[in-house]
Structures are given as C-alpha cells and as structure tokens.
Design a protein around this ligand. Structure first.
Ligand SMILES: Nc1ncnc2c1ncn2[C@@H]1O[C@H](COP(=O)(O)OP(=O)(O)O)[C@@H](O)[C@H]1O
Ligand SMILES: [Mg+2]
Length: 406
C-alpha cells in the first residue's frame, strides 16, 4: 500500500481524497483548518497552512520520517504548486521542478517566460504604482485588465473602462497581492476556455476542455465573474486542437515535462492566447467530476498515479465519450440569507450529478467581486447540450435561497 499526501482538505478536494482511497492508497491530508472536510475521508492528517510551503514541507518530512513514508504528493483545488513541488523535492518523490511551480504562482514571471518561448500571450506590463497605470492608460487606452501578480480566484482582477478610477483599481489589485505587486494586460476579446492536461515525458494529453460562461461580464463589471461552463466545447475541432497544442507547449515552457496543468485561454480570431497556466489540478469540480462525466477519463486518478511514479497508459487519457455537461452557479440577491430550501428535491431532478450549496441561513451574500462569491453550484448532464443546460437551470431554480437586505 502506498501513502499519498493531498495538500488541501477543502470541499473541492474531497472527491480526490475518496478516489485515492478507492485506488487502495493510504491518504494523508494537510490543511490549516482542523475541521477541513477532506479530513473525514483521509487516514491521517497534518495541520499546516497550504500556502506555507516550508511549514507544510516540514510537517510532511516529520511524518515521512516518524510515521510512514510518503510516496506521492498532489493538491486539488488549492493554488499551491510551490508547496507541492517543495515537498516532492525534499522527500525525493515525483514532482515538477520547484522553479516551474514558482513561475506558475507569479503571473508576471510566467508571462515573461511564455513570451520568451513564443507562446501567444496578451500584451502585458508590470505596474509598480497607480501613476504608472495612469501613464499606460494615457498611452494605450483603457481596454486593459489590471490584476494582482500573485493572487487567485479572480480576486482583484478588473477590466478597466473609461471613467473607472485608476487609483482605486490599482489599490484593489494591490490589496489582493501578498507582495503588493500589480500588472496590466491588454483585454483579449473572444471565447474563453479552461483546459486540463497531463504531460508525460513532454508529450501532452488534454482530456479536459470546457467553454467558460461569462454571461455576467457586464452585470458584475469591472470584475470577471464566471458562471460555470459547458462541455464538450462548441469551438470548431481545429480550434480545440490549436488550444490543446498551445497549453501543452506552455506547460513545457514552464519546465514541466511530467505533471498536470490547468489552462486559462482566450481564443482571438481563432488563435489561442494563454491568460495563465496553473501547475496543479483544478478546483470547481472540473478534474474530479466534469472531465469524468464528459469523457469517461479518470483525470484525478491519473494525476494520483503520476504523483506515485506509476506508469500511465496514454489510452487512459483518450476521451471515450462526449456527454454534455453543464455547470452553473447561483447568485442570489445580495443581503442576509433567511432560508435555504429545495436542495434535496433539486438533487433528484433529471440529469443532476452534483448540487453544492455553500451558504446557510444567517450568512451574508455580497455583490460578487470574485469567484468565491457564489452561493451554490450545479453540475448536470443531458442527452444533448440544450437538455444538459435545461437540467442545470431547473435544478438551480428549484433551490430557493431567500435573502433580505442586510
Ligand atoms: N487579458 C485578459 N483578457 C481577457 N480576459 C482576461 C484577461 N485577464 C484576465 N481575464 C479574465 O479574468 C479571469 C481571471 O484572471 P486570471 O489572470 O486568470 O486570474 P486568477 O488567477 O485570479 O484566475 C480570467 O479567467 C479571464 O476570464
Ligand atoms: Mg485564472
């Protein structure tokens, strides 16, 4: 029996913890939260901040020496590739280079690397001060995106437009950066996609491919609030192929030869541009639920195998089906939640595969400013894309989240 360490015991990691158990492994979960949901399914746990690479690595090393040797390490949903790579390096178990993980956690360094490697990216620049932002806007116009260099989940990412106070925008981005670093990019118009790939000895496989839904772009401007996604993609097959080749090349450009990567891509006039590449498995149930439902590929099972140094058969990464899957989020009226009902019956509705409610009575719902502001998520399948979407919306309609102005 092998021992797998999963960094993060968040709700989105629980399916991965369970999958690792099903595969017959001993599972240790590390998280700072003593009540982390993932602990319930694990054999053992470590208490350490997932973002603190040294603290988690020290706890892992101690466990490795005194309790049981750790054979592999992964994370699911948490943006902590540096923690995972540091542990892998110190325990001499499979992992991506620490340098690749560090690049993936720094959007500026990552884009510099991509630009040098010929990977298409939007125009970008470092913005050390609000005054610099004002100068850039004066030179290039306001069709720009300002963002923290090292945050996640859309926090502080804003699309500029005429009339938006640039000093406030800069400050909102800086606030979300642990190092108070801000950058700016050209806003790229076009369909956005999420991908999830595995590289094996430099060869890429991309079974995860989802069209991201940005129907709320205007409603929640200047913030980018994603409302789920649709699988399979509606993009032409040749464009999908180009996206896959681009993200796989981007992974190699970061220095990853074997490992998994999650891509954020915008397609501009048929040409893929990389917004960012995460050197970890996705959150939001993409890798644990959507890819298997859509393609039959056990993505997270494969990630676990790679982390344990086991051989992966490329055939296992080839989609076996293209079942329509639709993911949508609930955005109740901002205010204080007075009641939540209907979840049980929504779960039994046709096509509903997952319904996650993340608020309860007494909670406060804010106007969304990032992707942590959702109240519920549904995943539904259907005989065709329209049916899958209908199933998803029906389930969210059946879920009643009542609020009163706070
Ligand atoms: N240059 C850009 N052009 C168009 N959309 C962008 C751009 N930069 C960011 N976005 C949108 O904002 C979202 C969040 O930005 P991203 O850089 O991925 O930060 P995070 O790490 O917080 O996810 C992206 O998924 C995308 O929808
Ligand atoms: Mg992103």
């Amino acid at each position: 029996m092998k021992t797998l360490l999963i960094v993060s015991g968040g709700i989105e990691a629980t399916h991965g913890v369970r999958r690792a158990k099903e595969l017959g492994h001993r599972v240790v979960v590390s998280d700072m939260n003593p009540a982390a949901p993932g602990f319930a399914f694990a054999d053992d746990h470590l208490i350490a901040s997932t973002y603190d690479a040294d603290a988690t690595a020290a706890a892992a090393e101690h466990y490795h020496r005194t309790v049981s040797p750790i054979d592999g390490v992964i994370t699911i949903g948490a943006d902590v590739p540096l923690t995972v790579a540091t542990i892998a390096h110190r325990l001499r178990i499979p992992g991506i280079p620490v340098e690749a993980a560090a690049l993936a956690q720094d959007k500026l360094a990552m884009k510099q690397r991509f630009a040098a490697a010929g990977i298409p990216v939007p125009w970008f620049a470092s913005v050390p001060s609000a005054a610099t932002l004002e100068r850039i806007v004066a030179e290039r116009g306001a069709n720009l995106v300002v963002k923290p260099v090292d945050s996640r989940g859309g926090r502080g990412v804003q699309r500029l437009r005429d009339g938006l106070d640039l000093r406030d925008a800069w400050e909102r981005a800086a606030e979300q950066s642990p190092t108070r670093r801000v950058m700016v990019e050209a806003y790229l118009p076009g369909p956005q996609v999420s991908t999830e790939s595995i590289l094996i000895d430099g060869q890429g496989f991309t079974p995860g491919f989802s069209d991201r839904n940005y129907e709320h772009l205007e409603r929640y401007a200047p913030y980018f609030i994603e409302n789920g996604g649709d699988l399979p993609s509606h993009l032409p097959p040749a464009t999908q192929e180009a996206v896959k080749k681009t993200v796989e090349a981007a992974g190699r450009a970061l220095g990853i030869t074997t490992g998994n990567i999650k891509g954020d891509v915008v397609v501009v006039d048929g040409k893929p541009h990389v917004i960012e590449l995460a050197a970890r498995a996705s959150g939001g149930y993409f890798c644990t639920r959507e890819i298997p439902l859509n393609t039959g590929v056990d993505f997270i099972g494969t990630v676990i195998k790679l982390a344990l140094g086991e051989r992966v058969d490329p055939a296992d990464l080839t989609p076996r089906s293209f079942t329509p899957v639709v993911q949508r989020y609930a955005f109740p009226k901002p205010g204080r939640v007075t009641s939540v009902s209907g979840a049980e019956s929504a779960r039994t509705m046709p096509g509903v595969e997952e319904l996650l409610v993340t608020v309860k009575a007494g909670d406060t719902i804010r106007t969304p400013t990032d992707s942590n502001c959702t109240a519920a998520m549904v995943l539904a399948t259907g005989a065709d894309p329209v049916a899958a979407k209908t199933n998803a919306t029906r389930a969210l309609d059946a879920l009643k989240i009542e609020t009163v102005a706070a």
